[in-house]
Design a protein around this ligand. Structure first.
Ligand code: ATP
Ligand code: MG
Length: 551
């Protein structure tokens, strides 16, 4: 048993188990540290599930910390959206909501400590010069002419930087580490820059702002984080994370652990690109159902459970890889298969007239709500002489393997009768006006006493009872294939069907409800729905392409 448990844990849990066993850590504390410069996406969801999941598993806690050290791109709208999304995913930070900007005084104090110790200096080189002096992977860096300023001079200059005496870019504060280090991050990294910008929270109080590497480790230490889990690109920054904490007077020294970021096919995770989709109008905002944002996935009709199950299945790894977007579809399909009531809808209607069915008759046939959930019960659906079926469920000259409706062919109408097509009626342009059929009264419920077989079963709606609805179908924003990113963007990724119909029971349905439209996929009533008109998003089709691939 014990052995099995050990094998099942991931490498991060192995590290934590070890830290707990050695008494290095008593209570596990993690954090999720988003920069409020955009909405959260599915990659962030992975990180949220991981950090909050670890805290939960070990009976510890997870902080939500806004990494708001870049005053220019950060907005309150993003802060609010991030809080909402983390909560919606099912996680709770309790009273542990923090902002890096709450620690500005601390960062400043530690910067002065480094100056006093001769471990930081004010540099007058420009940004370009600093870059040029930094060297390359094969070439050591060159020292700045300002590197040997005395601690007193550095202190005076740094205080003057803080007082606003210099312009943006005129001076920076750098850590004095090692310009010939093989790790470029250790070549005297910049730790403070001048930015005369108003910050959403601290307003005009500061005109110098700390760099990420300096602010992040100190924020972690102040909050008593034990395990600072981040993505792989920070692996080379870890020596710097440790160096800062080793050289300032702070007690805690969290352990940074890196894992591979989540990438998903046919989408992008870069906030910059996602922002450009929004600002260029490619999508209707951050919560457009095509966006890989949590807000977009929610509006599309994904459930928190499906996203958590996806994140769990992806697991944590040390090597970067790309997950097939079909895997995400698999988890929402799996969840909705269990919980979504089945109903009938016709997206592209064509009328069928059943000539031998009495004109004024209406029968209410019994339909099961969910074959996977015996408790879900049944409902009554009206059947009458004129019905709608799906345009693509009829073909006048069908190929061999086409088992749906065509002249002379008999098919089953789900929950109702067998019908046989006799002829079609076309308008002047040749477009089908009506398909004419006869029905077999003995086939009510979908079978006959002689047990003859029909190969096709169609969904349908009584034309007189059907309720008009808008249905939105989506394709991935990014096409599969190689080449320039811009050429792969699918600018035609949404199809809006304004002439679709649903069962009368769905009239005026609230937004936020899931359904399986028989044979068509899983759908979700969009917030755009009103009393007059329901709007449904297709969450995902019925066909699973991932389960097969993954076996
Ligand atoms: P950028 O730095 O480009 O603005 P970011 O995606 O790194 O974008 P952050 O707000 O810094 O944005 O991310 C918050 C947390 O989410 C970080 O700890 C980061 O490592 C994690 N994270 C971001 N993208 C992914 C991803 N694709 N997979 C897993 N974790 C991610
Ligand atoms: Mg980041």
């Amino acid at each position: 048993m014990e052995k099995e448990k050990k094998e099942a844990r991931n490498f991060i849990e192995a590290i934590i188990d070890d830290d707990l066993a050695r008494g290095k850590v008593q209570q596990v504390v993690t954090r999720f540290p988003p920069e409020p410069n955009g909405y959260l996406h599915i990659g962030h969801a992975k990180s949220i599930c991981l950090n909050f999941g670890i805290a939960k598993k070990y009976g510890g806690r997870c902080h939500l910390r806004f990494d708001d050290t870049n005053p220019e791109k950060e907005e309150q709208e993003y802060i609010d959206a991030i809080c909402e999304d983390v909560r919606w995913l099912g996680f709770d930070w309790g009273s542990h909501l923090y902002y890096a900007s709450d620690y500005y005084e601390d960062f400043y104090k530690y910067a002065e400590e480094l100056i006093e110790k001769g471990l930081a200096y004010v540099d007058d080189l420009s940004a370009e010069e600093i870059r040029a002096y930094r060297g390359t992977l094969t070439e050591p860096g060159r020292v700045s002419p300002w590197r040997d300023r005395s601690p007193e001079e550095n202190m005076t200059l740094f205080r003057r930087m803080k007082a606003g005496e210099f312009k943006d870019g005129e001076k920076v504060l750098r850590a004095r580490i090692d310009m010939s280090s093989p790790n470029i991050n250790m070549r005297d990294p910049v730790i403070y820059r001048i930015k005369h910008a108003s910050h959403p929270r601290t307003k005009e109080a500061w005109c110098i702002y700390p760099m990420y590497d300096f602010a992040h480790c100190i924020s972690d230490a102040i909050e008593g984080i034990t395990h600072s889990v981040c993505t792989l690109e920070f692996e080379d920054h870890r020596p710097l994370y440790d160096w800062f904490l080793d050289h300032i007077s702070i007690e805690n020294h969290p352990r940074q652990i890196e894992f591979a970021r989540l990438n998903v096919t046919q989408t992008v995770m870069s906030k910059r690109k996602l922002l450009s989709f929004v600002s260029e109008g490619l999508v209707n905002g951050w919560d457009d159902p095509r966006m890989p944002t949590i807000a977009g996935l929610r509006r599309r009709g994904f459930t928190p459970e499906s996203i958590r199950a996806f994140a769990e299945a992806v697991g944590v790894a040390k090597a970067n890889s790309v997950v097939d977007s079909a895997m995400l579809d698999y988890f929402i399909r799996d969840d909705l298969n269990r919980r979504a009531p089945r109903v009938m809808a016709v997206l592209r209607p064509v009328k069928v007239v059943i000539d031998n069915y009495p004109e004024d008759k209406v029968e209410w046939v019994e339909a099961e709500n969910n074959p996977n959930d015996p408790g879900a019960g049944t409902r009554k659906v009206p059947f009458s002489r004129e019905i709608y079926i799906e345009e693509e469920d009829f073909m006048e000259d069908p190929p061999k393997k086409y088992f749906r409706l065509s002249p002379g062919r008999e098919v089953r109408l789900k929950h109702a009768y067998y019908i046989t097509c006799t002829h079609v009626d076309r308008d002047e342009e040749g477009k089908i006006r009506e398909i004419h059929c006869t029905y077999d009264p003995a086939s009510r419920g979908g079978w006959t006493p002689d047990e003859r077989k029909v190969k096709g079963t169609l969904h349908w709606l009584s034309a007189a009872h059907a309720v008009r609805a808008e249905v939105r179908l989506y394709e991935p924003l990014i096409r599969e294939g190689e080449g320039e990113f811009d050429n792969l963007i699918n600018r035609d990724s949404r199809e809006t069907l304004t002439d679709a119909f649903v069962e009368p029971g769905l009239k005026g349905i609230d937004s936020g409800r899931h359904f399986q439209f028989l044979r068509l996929g899983y759908f979700f009533s969009d917030p755009d729905s009103s009393e007059e008109k329901s709007v449904f998003n297709r969450v995902v089709g019925l066909k699973d392409t991932w389960a097969k691939v993954s076996q």
